[in-house]
Write a protein that binds this ligand. Structure first.
Ligand SMILES: [Ca+2]
Length: 517
């Protein structure tokens, strides 16, 4: 039996907890930011896709707002993720804006303001689950067999469950907080991106051992029957199974939500779906109308469904902001024979793919559901970017952004809540494909200036069948000016017809690149 003084204390604390909860600002939601990988503009049913069914994602669009002019900060993975977390273009930051190797050191220095550190300072419990690809550890790279530090826990996250880099890069293990999960110390991990380590088979030397063949690259160490980029040895007990990865991330996300249900919490859920290698769980194999790539989309939708079901079960739907978007545009063949049918364009009606400064490289689906505040079934053509989450989340939660930090982030909350401001909240957006020195493109108002025109990659041309994008363009071709309102497919260069606008956009891009807004 509980002694009376302790019983009184328990009753008081329970009352205090209820009082605090009921006094919390009504506008302070939990926030879940789901960043899918390589999902294109037309890959969801609710954005016009016919090659996969996405009922969970469609429900977000139906019950929230769908943006049609949202942009990933780059058209490749690492720079987009860094820009999202820091609210600053990746090309402004050291050590440059390349795609990080799997053994790179942490690319966001501790002390940098991030979306996570902002929300943590506002009293949120913060977690990241899924693909990291921002480097880990100190200069020289992480110690996979020891404490992996610095990492997400040093830049604002309370908890992390990660794939360190990408599914096609070694090491093929998960990291929880600062340790490799399930590592047997008698079988230490060694990783190299310079030379072969250990004597395990590689895709190049032993292609007969592959269950998924590569189309280019991806012929280093074979893990789980798939050739990867980079060499690894050891850590056998810790290695992931590709087909279980989506369910693993879903379970870890749900577990974090359950543990944080007292709120408020922030979850950055970075899916592996649908990056290569696409190896969906057997329950999705052959299920879609779009081959293996379509199956991977349906698996991704199922991951989102598991998260939404947990919110429903925990009665957190009403005051949780759930955002779904992609880290760059869609791509078909990205190195493995895991595509299936080619009779659709993942970014229709946009031109180009992942890795391009055409709209197909960076204009992506963007859905936001928050029943307490965001109107149901709304659409918005306001220009927004993942960079804007820092300022927007700060506005929602009352967190204050330190001076000089998150400098490319605009508060887009008014348009997320259904408003239609007469002056754009984000006046412009600079697209790039990942290189620190460009090429860049600038969107401002109806116009887009491209520093160079780029080709449609030969490997992707089969995916063009359903698209109208047939513009001419050569690698390193001359700068272009297009009108996105009249010509979303970027087929007509108006630089000759609109020389004043062309010059104005060129100068504005130079100004922003030099540090201005
Ligand atoms: Ca990506």
């Amino acid at each position: 039996m509980i002694p009376v003084p302790r019983l009184l204390l328990v009753v008081f604390l329970a009352f205090a907890a209820v009082t605090v909860a009921s006094c919390a600002p009504a506008g302070r939601p939990n926030i879940i930011f789901i960043l899918a990988d390589d999902i294109g503009y037309a890959d969801l049913s609710c954005t016009g896709g016919k090659h996969a069914r996405t009922p969970a994602l469609d429900s977000l669009a139906r019950d929230g707002i769908r943006f049609t002019n949202a942009h990933s900060p780059a058209s490749t993975c690492t720079p987009t993720r860094r820009a999202f977390l820091t609210g600053t273009y990746s090309w402004r930051q050291r050590p440059g804006s390349a795609i990080a190797p799997g053994d790179a050191p942490l690319t966001i220095p501790p002390g940098t303001t991030t979306v996570a550190s902002l929300l943590k300072s506002a009293g949120f419990r913060t977690g990241v689950v899924g693909k990291w690809h921002l480097g880990l550890g100190p200069e020289g790279g992480p110690d996979w067999n020891g404490e992996i530090k610095p990492g997400p826990l040093e830049i604002g996250f309370d908890h992390a469950f990660l794939m360190p880099a990408t599914g096609d890069r070694v090491p093929c293990v998960y990291v929880e907080d600062r340790r490799v999960v399930g590592l047997d110390p008698r079988d230490p991990i060694r990783v190299s991106y310079r030379e072969k380590v250990g004597n395990e088979p590689t895709g190049r030397e032993n292609p007969e051992l592959l269950r998924l063949r590569h189309t280019h690259g991806h012929d280093f160490t074979i893990v789980n029957g798939v050739g990867r980029i980079g060499w690894m040895t050891g850590g056998k007990a810790a290695r992931w199974k590709d087909e279980d990865m989506s369910d693993t991330f879903a379970a870890r996300a749900v577990s974090f939500i359950e543990r944080s249900a007292g709120g408020p919490f922030f979850l950055y859920l970075a899916t592996h779906g649908i990056h290569v290698p696409r190896v969906p769980h057997p329950r999705f194999a052959g299920r879609s109308a779009g081959g293996t790539r379509g199956d991977a989309i349906e698996e991704l939708d199922d991951l989102v469904a598991q998260v939404l079901a947990a919110l429903d079960r925990l009665k957190l739907v009403e005051n949780t902001l759930v955002i779904f978007t992609s880290d760059n545009g869609g791509v078909m063949d990205d190195g493995y024979e895991d595509v299936g049918r080619f009779d659709y364009h993942p970014n229709h009606p946009l031109r180009g793919y992942k890795g391009s400064i055409w709209e197909g490289g960076h204009r992506v689906p963007f859905l936001a559901r928050w029943p307490a505040r965001v109107p149901r079934g709304a659409t918005s053509d306001a220009l927004i970017a993942h960079l804007d989450m820092a300022a927007t989340f700060a506005a929602i939660t009352g967190a204050s952004v330190p001076a000089g930090e998150c400098r490319d982030s605009f508060n887009i909350l008014p348009v997320m809540l259904g408003g239609k401001p007469t002056v754009p909240l984000r006046p412009h957006f600079v697209a790039h494909n990942g290189g620190t020195d460009g090429p860049f493109a600038l969107i401002a108002g109806d116009w887009k200036y491209l520093q160079v025109s780029q080709p449609i990659r030969a490997a992707d041309t089969r995916g063009e069948a359903g698209a109208k994008a047939k513009a001419k363009g050569k690698a390193g071709g001359p700068p272009m000016l297009v009108n996105l309102v009249r010509d979303l497919g970027e087929t007509q260069d108006l630089s000759g017809k609109e020389p004043a606008k062309f010059a104005e956009m060129k100068v504005l891009l130079e100004k922003i690149r030099a540090g201005g807004q």
